[in-house]
Design a binder for this molecule. Structure first.
Ligand code: ARG
Length: 500
Protein backbone atom coordinates (compact mmCIF):
# COMPACT_ATOMS: atom_id res chain seq x y z
CA UNK A 1 0.00 0.00 0.00
CA UNK A 2 1.34 3.41 -0.95
CA UNK A 3 1.22 6.08 1.68
CA UNK A 4 1.48 9.70 0.74
CA UNK A 5 3.72 11.96 2.81
CA UNK A 6 1.75 13.74 5.46
CA UNK A 7 2.71 16.89 7.35
CA UNK A 8 4.51 15.96 10.56
CA UNK A 9 2.61 16.77 13.71
CA UNK A 10 4.79 17.29 16.69
CA UNK A 11 3.17 16.85 20.06
CA UNK A 12 4.72 18.31 23.16
CA UNK A 13 4.90 16.40 26.45
CA UNK A 14 1.77 18.20 27.68
CA UNK A 15 -0.17 16.95 24.69
CA UNK A 16 -0.48 20.30 22.91
CA UNK A 17 0.62 20.82 19.36
CA UNK A 18 4.19 21.91 19.48
CA UNK A 19 4.62 25.54 18.76
CA UNK A 20 8.27 26.46 18.89
CA UNK A 21 7.90 28.79 15.96
CA UNK A 22 8.32 25.98 13.46
CA UNK A 23 6.04 25.36 10.55
CA UNK A 24 6.01 22.83 7.78
CA UNK A 25 7.48 24.40 4.70
CA UNK A 26 5.88 23.24 1.50
CA UNK A 27 8.49 25.06 -0.56
CA UNK A 28 11.62 23.32 0.76
CA UNK A 29 12.54 19.70 0.82
CA UNK A 30 10.22 19.02 3.69
CA UNK A 31 12.25 20.85 6.29
CA UNK A 32 11.09 22.83 9.24
CA UNK A 33 11.53 26.54 8.93
CA UNK A 34 11.62 29.06 11.64
CA UNK A 35 9.42 32.12 11.26
CA UNK A 36 11.82 34.16 13.31
CA UNK A 37 15.31 33.45 12.17
CA UNK A 38 17.34 32.33 15.21
CA UNK A 39 21.08 31.93 14.95
CA UNK A 40 22.01 28.60 16.50
CA UNK A 41 24.83 28.58 19.04
CA UNK A 42 25.35 24.89 18.37
CA UNK A 43 28.46 23.72 16.56
CA UNK A 44 26.20 21.71 14.33
CA UNK A 45 23.72 24.58 14.03
CA UNK A 46 24.05 25.46 10.35
CA UNK A 47 21.44 23.00 9.19
CA UNK A 48 18.94 24.06 11.83
CA UNK A 49 16.73 27.07 12.10
CA UNK A 50 14.59 26.09 15.09
CA UNK A 51 15.83 25.90 18.65
CA UNK A 52 15.94 22.79 20.79
CA UNK A 53 13.16 22.27 23.28
CA UNK A 54 14.71 23.13 26.67
CA UNK A 55 13.90 19.68 27.99
CA UNK A 56 15.49 18.10 24.94
CA UNK A 57 18.50 20.34 25.42
CA UNK A 58 18.94 18.92 28.89
CA UNK A 59 18.17 15.37 27.79
CA UNK A 60 20.72 15.56 25.00
CA UNK A 61 23.56 17.09 26.98
CA UNK A 62 26.34 14.99 28.42
CA UNK A 63 28.51 17.81 29.80
CA UNK A 64 27.46 17.06 33.39
CA UNK A 65 29.26 13.75 33.27
CA UNK A 66 31.66 13.86 30.32
CA UNK A 67 33.35 17.00 31.63
CA UNK A 68 35.77 14.69 33.37
CA UNK A 69 37.20 13.91 29.93
CA UNK A 70 38.45 17.49 29.72
CA UNK A 71 42.16 16.70 29.74
CA UNK A 72 41.88 13.77 27.34
CA UNK A 73 39.84 15.98 25.03
CA UNK A 74 42.45 18.74 25.12
CA UNK A 75 45.40 16.38 24.58
CA UNK A 76 43.56 14.75 21.68
CA UNK A 77 42.82 18.13 20.10
CA UNK A 78 46.38 19.37 20.52
CA UNK A 79 47.72 16.29 18.80
CA UNK A 80 45.10 16.63 16.07
CA UNK A 81 46.13 20.25 15.50
CA UNK A 82 49.72 19.11 15.06
CA UNK A 83 48.56 16.43 12.61
CA UNK A 84 46.58 19.04 10.66
CA UNK A 85 49.68 21.22 10.48
CA UNK A 86 51.78 18.29 9.28
CA UNK A 87 49.15 17.69 6.60
CA UNK A 88 49.37 21.32 5.50
CA UNK A 89 45.88 22.28 6.67
CA UNK A 90 47.11 24.61 9.37
CA UNK A 91 50.13 26.85 9.24
CA UNK A 92 52.68 26.29 11.98
CA UNK A 93 51.52 29.55 13.52
CA UNK A 94 47.86 28.54 13.48
CA UNK A 95 48.69 25.18 15.01
CA UNK A 96 50.74 26.89 17.70
CA UNK A 97 47.84 29.26 18.43
CA UNK A 98 45.47 26.33 18.81
CA UNK A 99 47.84 24.22 20.91
CA UNK A 100 48.67 27.04 23.29
CA UNK A 101 45.04 28.20 23.35
CA UNK A 102 44.04 24.71 24.41
CA UNK A 103 46.72 24.82 27.08
CA UNK A 104 45.00 27.93 28.45
CA UNK A 105 41.69 26.06 28.42
CA UNK A 106 43.39 23.23 30.31
CA UNK A 107 44.73 25.71 32.86
CA UNK A 108 41.19 26.97 33.45
CA UNK A 109 39.92 23.44 34.05
CA UNK A 110 42.84 22.70 36.36
CA UNK A 111 42.21 25.86 38.38
CA UNK A 112 38.49 25.09 38.58
CA UNK A 113 37.83 28.26 36.60
CA UNK A 114 36.36 26.80 33.45
CA UNK A 115 32.83 28.11 33.10
CA UNK A 116 30.30 25.80 31.57
CA UNK A 117 27.83 27.88 29.59
CA UNK A 118 24.28 27.20 28.57
CA UNK A 119 24.50 25.45 25.22
CA UNK A 120 27.71 23.58 26.06
CA UNK A 121 26.38 20.23 24.98
CA UNK A 122 29.35 18.10 25.86
CA UNK A 123 33.01 18.39 26.73
CA UNK A 124 34.02 18.57 23.07
CA UNK A 125 31.76 21.49 22.26
CA UNK A 126 32.59 23.22 25.54
CA UNK A 127 36.34 23.09 24.97
CA UNK A 128 35.99 24.27 21.38
CA UNK A 129 33.63 27.08 22.37
CA UNK A 130 36.12 28.30 24.96
CA UNK A 131 39.03 27.97 22.55
CA UNK A 132 37.15 30.13 20.06
CA UNK A 133 36.57 32.76 22.73
CA UNK A 134 40.26 32.77 23.58
CA UNK A 135 41.89 32.70 20.15
CA UNK A 136 39.17 33.72 17.73
CA UNK A 137 38.07 32.22 14.39
CA UNK A 138 41.25 30.23 13.80
CA UNK A 139 39.85 27.80 16.40
CA UNK A 140 37.31 26.90 13.77
CA UNK A 141 40.00 25.09 11.80
CA UNK A 142 40.62 22.51 14.55
CA UNK A 143 37.67 20.32 13.69
CA UNK A 144 38.75 19.95 10.03
CA UNK A 145 38.10 16.35 8.98
CA UNK A 146 37.26 15.44 12.54
CA UNK A 147 33.93 14.47 14.04
CA UNK A 148 32.86 14.21 17.63
CA UNK A 149 32.43 10.54 16.78
CA UNK A 150 36.12 9.82 16.38
CA UNK A 151 36.89 12.47 19.01
CA UNK A 152 34.77 10.99 21.79
CA UNK A 153 35.94 7.45 21.14
CA UNK A 154 39.53 8.68 21.32
CA UNK A 155 38.96 10.73 24.47
CA UNK A 156 37.36 7.83 26.27
CA UNK A 157 40.24 5.53 25.40
CA UNK A 158 42.79 8.10 26.57
CA UNK A 159 40.91 8.57 29.81
CA UNK A 160 40.46 4.86 30.42
CA UNK A 161 44.09 4.09 29.68
CA UNK A 162 45.15 6.38 32.53
CA UNK A 163 42.56 5.08 34.95
CA UNK A 164 43.54 1.50 34.26
CA UNK A 165 47.14 2.31 35.05
CA UNK A 166 46.03 3.59 38.46
CA UNK A 167 43.86 0.53 39.07
CA UNK A 168 46.69 -1.76 38.16
CA UNK A 169 48.92 -0.16 40.76
CA UNK A 170 46.19 -0.46 43.37
CA UNK A 171 45.63 -4.08 42.47
CA UNK A 172 49.33 -4.81 42.79
CA UNK A 173 49.34 -3.17 46.21
CA UNK A 174 46.49 -5.42 47.34
CA UNK A 175 48.29 -8.49 46.04
CA UNK A 176 51.44 -7.26 47.78
CA UNK A 177 49.66 -6.97 51.13
CA UNK A 178 48.28 -10.50 50.73
CA UNK A 179 51.68 -11.94 49.90
CA UNK A 180 53.39 -10.08 52.72
CA UNK A 181 50.87 -11.39 55.25
CA UNK A 182 51.18 -14.89 53.80
CA UNK A 183 54.96 -14.75 54.24
CA UNK A 184 54.90 -13.56 57.85
CA UNK A 185 51.97 -15.77 58.87
CA UNK A 186 52.94 -18.80 56.81
CA UNK A 187 52.76 -21.23 59.74
CA UNK A 188 49.25 -20.43 60.94
CA UNK A 189 46.89 -23.31 60.37
CA UNK A 190 43.18 -22.89 59.83
CA UNK A 191 40.22 -25.03 58.81
CA UNK A 192 39.50 -25.15 55.12
CA UNK A 193 35.85 -25.35 54.07
CA UNK A 194 33.74 -26.70 51.29
CA UNK A 195 29.98 -26.02 51.46
CA UNK A 196 30.99 -23.91 54.47
CA UNK A 197 31.49 -27.19 56.37
CA UNK A 198 34.87 -28.00 57.97
CA UNK A 199 36.73 -29.99 55.32
CA UNK A 200 40.50 -30.27 55.73
CA UNK A 201 43.16 -28.34 57.60
CA UNK A 202 45.00 -25.77 55.57
CA UNK A 203 47.11 -22.68 56.10
CA UNK A 204 45.88 -19.13 56.60
CA UNK A 205 48.66 -18.15 54.21
CA UNK A 206 47.30 -20.57 51.63
CA UNK A 207 43.88 -18.95 51.97
CA UNK A 208 45.43 -15.47 51.58
CA UNK A 209 47.24 -16.54 48.46
CA UNK A 210 44.15 -18.15 46.97
CA UNK A 211 42.69 -14.66 46.64
CA UNK A 212 46.00 -13.11 45.60
CA UNK A 213 46.11 -15.45 42.62
CA UNK A 214 42.61 -14.44 41.58
CA UNK A 215 43.70 -10.80 41.71
CA UNK A 216 46.82 -11.59 39.78
CA UNK A 217 44.64 -13.01 37.01
CA UNK A 218 42.67 -9.77 37.13
CA UNK A 219 45.91 -7.85 36.72
CA UNK A 220 46.91 -10.03 33.76
CA UNK A 221 43.48 -9.55 32.24
CA UNK A 222 43.93 -5.83 32.69
CA UNK A 223 47.25 -5.87 30.86
CA UNK A 224 45.62 -7.70 27.99
CA UNK A 225 42.66 -5.33 27.97
CA UNK A 226 45.02 -2.37 27.75
CA UNK A 227 46.20 -3.64 24.38
CA UNK A 228 42.71 -3.18 22.98
CA UNK A 229 42.06 0.09 24.80
CA UNK A 230 45.25 1.61 23.50
CA UNK A 231 44.16 1.94 19.86
CA UNK A 232 43.30 5.28 18.30
CA UNK A 233 40.02 6.05 16.47
CA UNK A 234 41.03 9.66 15.77
CA UNK A 235 41.22 10.35 12.05
CA UNK A 236 38.18 8.23 11.29
CA UNK A 237 35.98 11.29 10.83
CA UNK A 238 32.28 10.79 11.41
CA UNK A 239 32.39 7.25 10.02
CA UNK A 240 33.91 7.04 6.56
CA UNK A 241 37.44 8.22 7.21
CA UNK A 242 39.47 11.41 6.94
CA UNK A 243 39.57 13.18 3.58
CA UNK A 244 42.80 15.01 4.36
CA UNK A 245 46.33 13.59 4.37
CA UNK A 246 46.42 12.98 8.11
CA UNK A 247 49.24 10.64 9.11
CA UNK A 248 47.30 8.52 11.56
CA UNK A 249 50.33 6.43 12.52
CA UNK A 250 52.21 9.52 13.58
CA UNK A 251 49.13 10.90 15.32
CA UNK A 252 48.74 7.64 17.23
CA UNK A 253 52.37 7.79 18.25
CA UNK A 254 51.99 11.39 19.37
CA UNK A 255 49.14 10.36 21.69
CA UNK A 256 50.93 7.27 22.99
CA UNK A 257 48.57 4.85 21.26
CA UNK A 258 50.06 1.64 19.94
CA UNK A 259 48.29 1.95 16.57
CA UNK A 260 45.37 3.62 14.80
CA UNK A 261 42.14 1.58 14.59
CA UNK A 262 42.09 -0.29 11.27
CA UNK A 263 38.55 0.47 10.04
CA UNK A 264 36.82 3.82 10.35
CA UNK A 265 33.28 2.43 10.58
CA UNK A 266 34.36 0.14 13.39
CA UNK A 267 36.62 2.77 14.94
CA UNK A 268 33.86 5.27 15.67
CA UNK A 269 31.34 2.72 16.92
CA UNK A 270 33.40 0.08 18.71
CA UNK A 271 32.74 0.09 22.42
CA UNK A 272 34.11 -3.41 23.06
CA UNK A 273 36.87 -1.79 25.03
CA UNK A 274 34.30 -0.25 27.40
CA UNK A 275 32.40 -3.52 27.73
CA UNK A 276 35.64 -5.37 28.35
CA UNK A 277 36.76 -2.84 30.94
CA UNK A 278 33.40 -3.24 32.66
CA UNK A 279 33.74 -7.01 32.65
CA UNK A 280 37.23 -6.69 34.02
CA UNK A 281 36.00 -4.36 36.76
CA UNK A 282 33.11 -6.71 37.49
CA UNK A 283 35.38 -9.74 37.75
CA UNK A 284 37.80 -7.90 39.99
CA UNK A 285 34.97 -6.69 42.22
CA UNK A 286 33.54 -10.19 42.25
CA UNK A 287 36.88 -11.48 43.54
CA UNK A 288 36.99 -8.75 46.14
CA UNK A 289 33.43 -9.59 47.10
CA UNK A 290 34.13 -13.28 47.62
CA UNK A 291 37.23 -12.46 49.63
CA UNK A 292 35.21 -9.98 51.71
CA UNK A 293 32.53 -12.58 52.30
CA UNK A 294 35.15 -15.01 53.67
CA UNK A 295 36.44 -12.36 56.03
CA UNK A 296 32.94 -11.36 57.12
CA UNK A 297 32.38 -14.97 58.13
CA UNK A 298 35.83 -15.30 59.73
CA UNK A 299 35.29 -12.10 61.70
CA UNK A 300 31.92 -13.20 63.06
CA UNK A 301 31.77 -13.98 66.73
CA UNK A 302 31.06 -17.65 65.97
CA UNK A 303 34.27 -18.03 63.96
CA UNK A 304 36.39 -15.31 65.51
CA UNK A 305 39.41 -16.06 63.30
CA UNK A 306 40.11 -12.41 62.55
CA UNK A 307 39.30 -9.02 64.06
CA UNK A 308 38.98 -6.05 61.76
CA UNK A 309 40.79 -2.88 62.78
CA UNK A 310 38.58 -0.11 64.13
CA UNK A 311 39.62 1.91 61.10
CA UNK A 312 37.62 -0.39 58.86
CA UNK A 313 34.64 -1.12 61.12
CA UNK A 314 31.69 0.87 62.30
CA UNK A 315 29.34 0.66 65.25
CA UNK A 316 25.61 0.44 65.70
CA UNK A 317 23.53 3.49 66.54
CA UNK A 318 21.45 1.35 68.85
CA UNK A 319 23.51 -1.60 70.12
CA UNK A 320 26.56 -0.36 71.97
CA UNK A 321 28.47 -3.65 71.75
CA UNK A 322 28.39 -3.90 67.96
CA UNK A 323 31.43 -3.69 65.73
CA UNK A 324 30.36 -4.28 62.19
CA UNK A 325 32.53 -5.14 59.17
CA UNK A 326 31.02 -2.35 57.04
CA UNK A 327 34.12 -2.00 54.89
CA UNK A 328 33.84 -5.64 53.80
CA UNK A 329 30.09 -5.48 53.40
CA UNK A 330 30.36 -2.42 51.19
CA UNK A 331 33.00 -4.10 49.08
CA UNK A 332 30.64 -7.05 48.66
CA UNK A 333 27.69 -4.77 47.95
CA UNK A 334 29.44 -2.59 45.42
CA UNK A 335 30.32 -5.62 43.30
CA UNK A 336 26.64 -5.81 42.36
CA UNK A 337 26.64 -2.22 41.27
CA UNK A 338 29.59 -2.72 38.94
CA UNK A 339 27.96 -5.80 37.46
CA UNK A 340 24.87 -3.65 36.85
CA UNK A 341 26.96 -1.15 34.93
CA UNK A 342 28.31 -3.91 32.74
CA UNK A 343 24.96 -5.52 31.99
CA UNK A 344 23.39 -2.11 31.32
CA UNK A 345 26.01 -1.22 28.73
CA UNK A 346 25.76 -4.59 27.02
CA UNK A 347 22.03 -4.02 26.64
CA UNK A 348 22.67 -0.56 25.21
CA UNK A 349 25.05 -1.97 22.63
CA UNK A 350 23.26 -5.09 21.52
CA UNK A 351 20.88 -3.73 18.90
CA UNK A 352 22.82 -0.78 17.52
CA UNK A 353 23.08 -0.44 13.77
CA UNK A 354 26.33 0.70 12.19
CA UNK A 355 27.96 3.12 13.02
CA UNK A 356 27.69 5.91 15.59
CA UNK A 357 24.35 6.30 17.32
CA UNK A 358 23.63 8.63 20.19
CA UNK A 359 22.93 5.59 22.35
CA UNK A 360 26.71 5.42 22.60
CA UNK A 361 26.69 8.48 24.81
CA UNK A 362 25.33 6.06 27.41
CA UNK A 363 28.72 4.33 27.58
CA UNK A 364 30.26 6.90 29.86
CA UNK A 365 28.28 6.92 33.08
CA UNK A 366 28.50 3.16 33.65
CA UNK A 367 32.20 3.22 32.85
CA UNK A 368 32.90 6.17 35.11
CA UNK A 369 30.86 4.67 37.92
CA UNK A 370 32.52 1.27 37.62
CA UNK A 371 36.02 2.71 37.58
CA UNK A 372 35.24 5.08 40.48
CA UNK A 373 33.79 2.21 42.45
CA UNK A 374 36.74 -0.03 41.77
CA UNK A 375 39.42 2.55 42.44
CA UNK A 376 37.58 3.39 45.65
CA UNK A 377 37.33 -0.27 46.65
CA UNK A 378 40.87 -1.47 46.04
CA UNK A 379 42.60 0.69 48.68
CA UNK A 380 39.87 -0.14 51.21
CA UNK A 381 40.43 -3.86 50.64
CA UNK A 382 44.19 -3.43 50.98
CA UNK A 383 43.80 -1.34 54.14
CA UNK A 384 41.34 -3.73 55.77
CA UNK A 385 43.62 -6.67 55.05
CA UNK A 386 46.81 -4.97 56.17
CA UNK A 387 45.34 -3.95 59.53
CA UNK A 388 43.21 -6.90 60.63
CA UNK A 389 44.37 -9.09 63.51
CA UNK A 390 44.47 -12.85 63.29
CA UNK A 391 43.23 -14.73 66.36
CA UNK A 392 45.52 -17.74 66.31
CA UNK A 393 43.86 -19.56 69.20
CA UNK A 394 40.42 -19.39 67.65
CA UNK A 395 41.73 -20.65 64.36
CA UNK A 396 43.53 -23.52 66.10
CA UNK A 397 40.45 -24.34 68.18
CA UNK A 398 38.33 -24.62 65.06
CA UNK A 399 40.47 -27.46 63.75
CA UNK A 400 38.47 -30.57 64.66
CA UNK A 401 39.60 -34.23 64.46
CA UNK A 402 36.97 -35.12 61.85
CA UNK A 403 38.93 -32.97 59.44
CA UNK A 404 41.55 -35.73 59.51
CA UNK A 405 39.16 -38.39 58.20
CA UNK A 406 40.64 -38.01 54.72
CA UNK A 407 44.10 -38.56 56.21
CA UNK A 408 42.79 -41.75 57.80
CA UNK A 409 41.70 -42.99 54.40
CA UNK A 410 45.03 -41.93 52.87
CA UNK A 411 46.85 -43.86 55.64
CA UNK A 412 45.28 -47.05 54.31
CA UNK A 413 46.08 -46.04 50.73
CA UNK A 414 49.74 -45.95 51.75
CA UNK A 415 49.31 -49.52 53.02
CA UNK A 416 48.22 -50.50 49.51
CA UNK A 417 44.44 -50.51 50.00
CA UNK A 418 42.38 -49.12 47.07
CA UNK A 419 41.11 -45.61 47.83
CA UNK A 420 37.42 -46.44 47.46
CA UNK A 421 37.80 -49.10 50.16
CA UNK A 422 39.77 -46.78 52.42
CA UNK A 423 37.20 -44.02 51.99
CA UNK A 424 34.51 -46.41 53.18
CA UNK A 425 36.54 -47.52 56.20
CA UNK A 426 37.31 -43.95 57.23
CA UNK A 427 33.64 -43.04 56.84
CA UNK A 428 32.70 -45.93 59.07
CA UNK A 429 35.26 -44.70 61.63
CA UNK A 430 33.56 -41.29 61.70
CA UNK A 431 30.16 -42.94 62.12
CA UNK A 432 31.54 -45.04 64.99
CA UNK A 433 32.92 -42.01 66.83
CA UNK A 434 29.63 -40.22 66.36
CA UNK A 435 27.71 -43.10 67.86
CA UNK A 436 30.17 -43.30 70.75
CA UNK A 437 30.29 -39.56 71.24
CA UNK A 438 34.10 -39.44 71.06
CA UNK A 439 36.48 -37.58 68.75
CA UNK A 440 37.99 -39.46 65.81
CA UNK A 441 41.43 -39.25 67.38
CA UNK A 442 40.32 -41.36 70.34
CA UNK A 443 39.32 -44.45 68.40
CA UNK A 444 41.40 -47.38 69.63
CA UNK A 445 43.47 -49.49 67.29
CA UNK A 446 41.16 -52.44 68.08
CA UNK A 447 38.13 -50.43 67.03
CA UNK A 448 39.86 -49.33 63.83
CA UNK A 449 40.87 -52.91 63.07
CA UNK A 450 37.23 -53.96 63.18
CA UNK A 451 36.77 -51.54 60.25
CA UNK A 452 39.84 -52.58 58.26
CA UNK A 453 42.64 -55.09 59.01
CA UNK A 454 45.33 -52.87 57.46
CA UNK A 455 45.28 -50.43 60.41
CA UNK A 456 48.45 -50.74 62.48
CA UNK A 457 50.03 -49.07 65.48
CA UNK A 458 51.58 -46.26 63.44
CA UNK A 459 48.07 -44.95 62.67
CA UNK A 460 48.50 -42.53 65.61
CA UNK A 461 50.96 -40.56 63.49
CA UNK A 462 48.14 -39.16 61.40
CA UNK A 463 46.46 -37.31 64.28
CA UNK A 464 48.27 -34.10 63.58
CA UNK A 465 46.92 -31.13 61.68
CA UNK A 466 50.43 -30.02 60.93
CA UNK A 467 51.24 -33.36 59.37
CA UNK A 468 48.00 -33.33 57.38
CA UNK A 469 48.86 -29.97 55.86
CA UNK A 470 52.47 -30.97 55.20
CA UNK A 471 51.31 -34.08 53.35
CA UNK A 472 49.79 -31.85 50.71
CA UNK A 473 53.09 -31.01 49.18
CA UNK A 474 52.31 -31.37 45.49
CA UNK A 475 52.71 -28.05 43.70
CA UNK A 476 49.89 -25.68 44.62
CA UNK A 477 49.11 -27.46 47.90
CA UNK A 478 49.05 -26.43 51.57
CA UNK A 479 52.50 -27.61 52.69
CA UNK A 480 54.92 -24.98 53.89
CA UNK A 481 57.17 -25.61 50.92
CA UNK A 482 54.32 -25.43 48.41
CA UNK A 483 53.04 -22.20 49.96
CA UNK A 484 56.53 -20.70 49.99
CA UNK A 485 56.79 -21.55 46.32
CA UNK A 486 53.63 -19.54 45.64
CA UNK A 487 54.95 -16.62 47.68
CA UNK A 488 58.19 -16.63 45.72
CA UNK A 489 56.36 -16.80 42.44
CA UNK A 490 54.07 -13.90 43.28
CA UNK A 491 56.95 -11.84 44.67
CA UNK A 492 58.83 -12.38 41.43
CA UNK A 493 55.79 -11.28 39.43
CA UNK A 494 55.29 -8.21 41.65
CA UNK A 495 58.94 -7.29 41.24
CA UNK A 496 58.60 -7.10 37.50
CA UNK A 497 57.55 -3.68 36.26
CA UNK A 498 54.00 -3.58 34.92
CA UNK A 499 53.98 -3.36 31.12
CA UNK A 500 52.20 -0.24 29.87
N1 ARG B 1 28.50 13.54 23.54
C1 ARG B 1 28.57 12.61 22.46
C2 ARG B 1 28.84 11.19 22.99
O1 ARG B 1 29.24 11.10 24.08
C3 ARG B 1 29.64 12.99 21.52
C4 ARG B 1 29.46 12.47 20.14
C5 ARG B 1 28.34 13.14 19.47
N2 ARG B 1 28.23 12.74 18.12
C6 ARG B 1 27.12 12.95 17.39
N3 ARG B 1 27.12 12.49 16.19
N4 ARG B 1 26.07 13.53 17.89
O2 ARG B 1 28.66 10.20 22.32
Amino acid sequence: MQTSPSPIRKVSPNGLLWNNSCQYSSGGAGRFRSEKHTVSTKLWGGRFSGALDPLMEEFNASIDFDRRLWLADIRGSQAYARALAAAGLLTEKEAEQIVSGLERVAAEWRAGQFEIRAGDEDIHTANERRLTELIGPVAGKLHTGRSRNDQVATDLRLWLREELTTSEQQLRTLIGVSVERAATEIDLLMPGYTHLQPAQPTRWSHWLLSHAWAWQRDALRLQDLQKRVNLMPLGNGALAGNPFPIDRDRLAQDLGFSAPTPNSLDGVSDRDFVAEALFWATMTMLHISRWAEDLIIYSSREFGFVTLADAYSTGSSLMPQKKNPDSLELLRGKAGRVFGNMSGLLMTLKGLPSTYNKDLQEDKEPLFDAIDTLTGALPIAAGALATLTVNRENMARALVPEMLATDLAEYLVRKGVPFRETHHAAGAAVALTESQGIPLTELTLEALRTLHPAFEEDVVSIWSYERSVEQRDARGGSSRRAVQEQIDELLLWLGQPAPV
